[in-house]
Design a protein around this ligand. Structure first.
Ligand SMILES: Cc1ncc(COP(=O)(O)O)c(C=O)c1O
Length: 389
């Protein structure tokens, strides 16, 4: 049995021995020999925008996501916004989304002038609750945006049924779920369209910001592509059929993403393995509860999240033991300053409110070593061995 100690009494652990939340340098190390000459060639040729490299990535990502089309863009937020824009969702329209997600899901709706309508989440998985979503539908509802939070697909069947019954769009926020499967199918093109983020720390990350839209709808794909590139169509560089903007993914990030894509499945598998080890050990510790994983889902563990009522103390204790952790997210949308104007009040989304007070993300990345997971688990174990004060 390890020696007992009180939270916060451990000596500071040097940076090199810390267990980091993510380890991007380790992930990129093996790809450097392959990437360096290609990027050097692009730098010396001055080809930075578009080109066959971008098309090649889009084609590979479509194949990977089992979608007919991919339109690469410059962020996940832009991806969500462009889908809504192309679907002509705008002022006077309502879009339903979970009260517990990263702010960008709501930002995209606000950016196109529509009204975000929040719905509470399922307490076991923290993804959009289909019953709450159904209750939020009005004649003004144009779309539902379920979020595949932390890499676990939302409960799609009832949400797809609801979208079909009301003839509204289902847009997947797959920004945290590259490669996840629901009922054996990849997320991203289960509804009208899906949005992905390639923010560096995502399961598939770019060297900077990036994103993509996936869809099986050819007309939508064509329109989104035009909007992402100043409304250009087939007519030529100075033929603008629509008012759009600059939302393109550039050439160097596309090359980087293409080199990383073949490694996504093996890396996701390593994340699942790490999650299983965490689950096996954490099961025996009273006081922490890993999120439930539905049987018909293959999650990709963008984050490994536990719930804990003594979260702040546990977090301080982990920090003192040299273990990084994070809170995704410390407030539900309706309690964020930027979204106060929506007019919701405390108590409107109790499950989201409680989740925001209890969630804690533990280190999770493909190169997490068993010994590091053991250190995290052991540290949590020690924390709960000391009676709370
Ligand atoms: C659920 C969710 N939606 C949207 C986004 C926005 O993606 P980006 O940061 O690429 O704009 C993120 C990024 O963290 C996200 O986690």
């Amino acid at each position: 049995m390890p020696t007992l100690f009180l939270a916060g009494t451990l000596p500071t652990v040097s940076d090199s021995k810390r267990v980091p939340l993510v380890d991007l340098p380790r992930q990129h190390r093996d790809l450097l020999p392959e990437l360096q000459p290609v990027i050097a060639d692009l730098l010396s040729s001055g080809r930075f925008i578009g080109g066959p490299e971008v098309s090649a990535f889009e084609e590979a990502f479509s194949t990977y996501c089992e979608a007919s089309h991919t339109i690469s863009v410059n962020s996940g937020t832009a991806a969500l916004q462009l889908i809504l824009w192309a679907l002509e969702v705008g002022p006077g329209d309502e879009v339903i989304l979970p009260a517990f997600t990263f702010v960008a899901t709501a930002e995209a709706v606000c950016a196109i002038g529509a009204q975000p309508v929040l719905a509470d989440i399922d307490p076991a998985t923290l993804t959009l609750d289909p019953a709450a979503t159904r209750a939020a539908v009005t004649p003004k509802t144009r779309a539902i945006i379920p979020v595949h939070l932390y890499g676990q697909p939302a409960e799609m069947e009832p949400l797809l049924d609801l979208a079909r019954a009301h003839q509204i769009h289902l847009i997947e926020d797959a920004c945290q779920a590259h490669g996840a499967r629901w009922n054996g199918k990849r997320v991203g093109a289960l509804g009208t369209a899906g949005a992905f983020s390639f923010y560096p720390a995502k399961n598939l990350g770019a060297p900077g910001d990036g994103g993509a839209i996936t869809t099986n709808n050819s007309d939508l794909a064509q329109k989104v592509r035009a909007l992402s590139n100043h409304g250009r169509g087939e007519g030529g560089w100075y033929e603008h059929s629509l008012i759009g903007g600059t939302y393109r993914l550039n050439t160097i990030p596309a090359v980087f993403l293409s080199a990383n894509l073949p490694h996504l499945d093996p890396r996701n598998e390593r994340r699942r393995r790490a999650a299983n080890i965490y689950r096996t050990h954490l099961k025996t510790i009273e006081g922490v509860e890993p999120l439930f994983c539905r049987e018909n889902c293959e999650p990709v563990y963008h984050q490994f999240v536990i719930r804990c009522q003594r979260r702040e103390d546990l977090r301080n204790h982990l920090d003192a033991a040299g273990i990084d952790s994070a809170i995704h997210y410390p407030a539900p949308l309706h309690q964020m300053g930027a979204l106060k104007f929506l007019g919701y009040k405390e108590g409107d989304f109790p499950i989201s409110e409680r989740a925001s007070q209890e969630v804690l993300s533990l280190p999770m990345h493909p190169y997490l070593e068993d010994s590091q997971i053991e250190r995290v688990v052991e540290s949590i174990h020690r924390f709960f061995s000391v009676p709370s004060r």
